[in-house]
Design a binder for this molecule. Structure first.
Ligand code: AMP
Length: 213
């Protein structure tokens, strides 16, 4: 099964993508996580990506495509994947369609986790991320067992630079300009399904399971 998760930054698509990946035994591929891992390891890719990420801008398509196409070569992608944060522009979506087509393959679903902007700004301010394992929590909606500590690996939880309110507003503008057009793109391909992302994590997941059933 090959799934693309759509939705604004902070809509909860990463949380849902992880749950789908666990349920169906397919990898969860987050370009944001891969960029952050590169940043932590101070690779050349990571240093280049940081310039854009810290400002809330998208990393250029050429860099992103190189990274993701390389990731698809991994053995674990044989039975599919759930993509989180990719594609984020029409050229990225077209490159993905084309790459799949070259293997006589195609996506199964594009799932849009729909959440209004004002909801997102409030949500992101409470988001806490583990810089060690990429785990994400929320101080109210998904609190870690121990404040400031990652349940998954014991790492320290922080408010990511790009989750700060000023940056979130900018990221939402970038989303509306560059990523939202993908909703029509996938509607045109008859792959689009929408779920109401303002509900709680389990309710959103139930709606997704009904789509995938
Ligand atoms: P995320 O964790 O998905 O919110 O991604 C964090 C940041 O990584 C974004 O704000 C972008 O700067 C960068 N990024 C992640 N995925 C992409 C992508 N597909 N295209 C361009 N930039 C991306």
């Amino acid at each position: 099964m090959k799934i693309v998760m759509l939705g604004a930054p902070g809509a909860g698509k990463g949380t849902q993508a992880k749950k789908i990946a666990a349920k169906y035994g397919i990898p969860h591929i987050s370009t944001g996580d891969i960029f952050r891992a590169n940043l932590k390891a101070q690779t050349e890719l990571g240093m280049k990506a940081k310039e854009y990420m810290d400002k809330g801008l998208l990393v250029p398509d050429s860099l992103t495509l190189e990274l993701i196409m390389d990731r698809f070569k991994n053995d674990d992608c044989k039975n599919g994947y759930v993509l989180d944060g990719f594609p984020r522009t029409i050229p990225q979506a077209e490159a993905l369609t084309e790459a799949l087509k070259n293997n006589n393959d195609s996506l199964d679903y594009a799932i849009d986790v729909d959440v209004p902007d004002d909801f997102i700004i409030d949500r992101m301010a409470g988001r806490r991320a583990c810089l060690d394992c990429g785990g994400t929590f929320h101080v109210v909606f998904n609190a870690p067992k121990q404040e400031g500590i990652c349940d998954l690996c014991g790492g320290k939880l922080v408010l990511r630079n790009d989750d700060k309110p000023e940056t979130v507003k900018l990221r939402l503008n970038v989303y509306h300009e560059q990523t939202q057009p993908l909703i029509d793109y996938y509607k045109g391909q008859k792959l689009l399904k929408s779920v109401d992302g303002t509900k709680n994590v389990d309710e959103v997941f139930d709606s997704i399971l009904q789509i995938l059933a």
